[in-house]
Design a protein around this ligand. Structure first.
Ligand code: ZN
Length: 45
């Protein structure tokens, strides 16, 4: 299965560890929002 990679930080978007996801992508999530882009929700959320 292909991994989805965050286009802002390059980290795996489906990391099973939510704390890692939040740590890695908290700024990215703001970027997605500020660009009116839908953040692809992590499978494990
Ligand atoms: Zn990211």
């Amino acid at each position: 299965m292909r991994k989805r990679i965050c286009k802002y930080c390059g980290w795996d978007m489906d990391d099973p560890d939510l704390e890692v996801l939040e740590f890695m992508h908290s700024e990215c999530w703001k970027q997605y929002r500020s660009h009116n882009e839908v953040y692809p929700m992590p499978k494990y959320a």
